[in-house]
Design a protein around this ligand. Structure first.
Ligand code: G16
Ligand code: MG
Length: 218
């Protein structure tokens, strides 16, 4: 039976994915690299470094330049998330967290972001979480399963007892590689490999979800 839910953060509980895009876009404009929302789509869920490497493509830069660019992008991102408040939780997020609490289901964050703790605090959900696994927790980032396995370990649960909620292809792949249940949020082209798929968290019902997961097995 399911005993824990591991939420991805950016794009699942809040729309910081838009702020990641804007921060990357500013950097790209400054260094004269073409970058748009479509290119950004491919970077969803990737670590800061992997995102930058993806953005640069075959444009060769030194390690020192890479470091400087990552610092610069993060400074733009930090500015953008400064005004995050609980109102920036996506529709349905709070209701689901309440429902999980009532059902005695443990809750963790499994994010690639090094800003995850700060974002959770700003959103006012830090106290509701039993664990936070973030960009500092593991060496290998999504699509590697490590961050979700780390979160499950923090919750004291086995992989098959956990449901991962993800909006990114890399995150869905990470959840499946961890041998966990996966709920994908977004278009089929992006999260189609997940066990069940929804547009977003709005109106999601935990008991209903459990039934659907069971059906997805047959
Ligand atoms: C998030 C975002 C990614 C971002 C990554 C690293 O992951 O989806 O766009 O590149 O974190 O963030 P930071 O630069 O803050 O360390 P997730 O896993 O929460 O979707
Ligand atoms: Mg995400």
């Amino acid at each position: 039976p399911l005993r824990g839910v591991i939420f991805d953060l950016d794009g699942v509980l809040t729309d910081t994915s838009e702020y990641h895009y804007l921060a990357w876009k500013q950097l790209a404009d400054e260094i004269g690299i073409a970058f748009d929302r479509q290119a950004n789509e491919q970077m969803r869920g990737l670590s800061r470094r992997d995102s930058l490497l993806h953005m640069l493509g075959d444009c060769a830069v030194s390690e020192a330049e890479l470091q400087e660019m990552m610092v610069r992008k993060n400074s733009y991102y930090e500015q953008l998330i400064q005004n995050l408040t609980p109102a920036d939780l996506l529709p349905g997020a709070l209701a689901l967290l309440d429902e999980l609490h009532a059902a005695d289901i443990k809750v963790a964050i499994g994010s690639s972001s090094k800003n995850a703790r700060l974002v959770c605090q700003r959103l006012g959900i830090a106290e509701r979480l039993n664990a936070i696994a973030d960009g500092y927790s593991v060496e290998h980032h999504k699509p590697a399963p490590d961050v979700f396995l780390y979160a499950a370990g923090q919750l004291g649960l086995q992989p098959h007892e956990c449901l991962v909620v993800e909006d990114a292809s890399s995150g869905v792949a990470a959840g499946l590689a961890a041998k966990m249940w996966v709920l994908g949020l977004g278009p089929v082209e992006r999260v189609g490999d997940a066990h069940i798929i929804r547009d977003n968290l709005a109106g999601l019902n935990w008991q209903q979800l459990l039934i659907e997961l069971e059906q997805s097995q047959t």
